[in-house]
Design a protein around this ligand. Structure first.
Ligand code: PLP
Length: 386
């Protein structure tokens, strides 16, 4: 993009940043560079690329784009959200301690407790919706506080600004999993976060056709660490999936506007349905953190959980869906419906789920961008089967 006087808006940056027309041909899309290596002009002289595990022009373009959208200083993409969180934890050394939201994606807790504890890291889980809990859990060994807001699947929020202040007063870094809202609806770096993490598999990709993860950073030492980790561990995003993500990001603003609009309508509908015992959605006035959602988010998004009372009820609903798809994952253009107890949070175990309020009757809806009347009609007819 040629130099503009004023910083372009989000939708403009989503289409243009990192995505300048190809210099060789003028192609308006970044080509997919399918190459594992690059010819060098002479020993020690190359055109900026040596080997594709280190750099790839398609991936580089994507990193510029995501960095711009989250307002960071560098971005580093990986083969999945879990690979990004694994890379994040390489910032630490044996003996270091992490404070984590007690309600994060089940796979995050599984990585921490079942893999990384074997390497001498320790983890404390607290309800980070109460910022004082974070302050109380930080020890001299704490290096990182990792939060998810809203949490998966209970839609509990953490005050990013308040937690960032606590972290910085104690010399600890704050990372935020921003997967549920995307940078269009929430900007954690502007609120004080040091690192933003995404499963790009979700809203950033938006079409349920590619896995990926990203860390967006704010300090030169992060860039150095994560570039080195990409090179050393090799868990990078492929050129093809980088291209899919570049393509997905171009429509992020319009998609998120529609997700947000549809989410509000569906939450209101579910709230009024006799078979739904409780709705968890920060956009509802009765959500305990509705005011915080209004303050720190640019909308409420399209992730909604609802309590249907029992596994039998949940299954009666799930198996009669016609439009909504019973599936793991979220953030696609299609409405995706998941049963956290047996899907995303199976690894947490029955006791852990009971503590977090994840019952067998809880269903999570990732409201898509189909015509909202069709989504409502489908959810309604499926709920009527209970
Ligand atoms: C909030 C959140 N973070 C991280 C992940 C892990 O991402 P991935 O499946 O891309 O590895 C997920 C996956 O569902 C998620 O929902």
């Amino acid at each position: 993009m040629k130099e503009m006087k004023k910083r372009p808006g989000f939708a403009t940056r989503a289409i243009h940043d990192g995505q300048a027309p190809d210099e060789l041909t003028g192609a308006v899309n970044v080509p997919i560079y399918l190459t594992s290596t690059y010819q060098q002009e002479e020993i020690g002289k190359n055109k900026g690329h040596e080997y594709a595990r280190l750099t790839n022009p398609t991936r580089d373009a994507l990193e510029v784009s995501l960095c711009s959208l989250e307002g960071g200083t560098s971005a580093h993409v990986f083969g999945s959200g879990m690979a990004a969180i694994t890379a994040l934890c390489t910032m630490m050394k044996s003996g270091d301690h992490v404070v984590c939201s007690d309600n994060v994606y089940g796979g995050t807790g599984r990585l921490f407790d079942k893999v990384l504890t074997n390497y001498g890291l320790t983890f404390t889980y607290v309800d980070t919706s109460v910022a004082e809990n974070v302050a109380a859990a930080i020890t001299p060994a704490t290096k990182l506080v990792h939060i998810e807001t809203p949490t998966n699947p209970m839609m509990s929020l953490t005050d990013i600004e308040a937690v960032a202040k606590i972290c910085h007063a104690k010399g600890v870094e704050l990372s935020v999993d921003n997967t549920f809202l995307s940078p269009y609806l929430q900007q954690p770096i502007a609120l004080g976060a040091d690192i933003v993490m995404h499963s790009t598999t979700k809203f950033l990709n938006g079409h349920s056709d590619g896995l990926g993860g990203v860390l967006v950073c704010t300090k030169p030492e992060h860039a150095e660490t994560f570039r080195f980790v990409q090179k050393c561990t090799g868990g990078i995003m492929s050129p093809f999936e980088s291209y899919l993500l570049l393509r997905g990001v171009k429509t992020l603003a319009v998609r998120m506007k529609q997700h947000d609009a549809n989410g509000r309508v569906v939450a209101d509908f579910l709230k009024s349905h006799a078979k739904v015992q409780q709705v968890f959605y920060p956009g509802l006035a009765e959500h305990p953190q509705h005011e915080l959602a209004k303050r720190q988010q640019n909308g409420f998004g399209s992730m909604i959980s609802m309590e249907l009372g029992s596994l039998k009820n949940a299954n009666a609903f799930a198996k009669t869906l016609r439009l909504g798809l019973l599936a793991e994952s979220l953030g696609g253009v299609e409405t995706l419906i998941c049963h956290p107890a047996t899907m995303t949070h199976a690894a947490v175990g029955a006791e852990g789920r009971a503590r977090l309020g994840i019952t067998d009757g809880l269903m999570r809806v990732s409201v898509g961008i189909e015509d909202v009347e069709d989504i409502v009609a489908d959810l309604g007819q499926a709920l009527d089967q209970i």
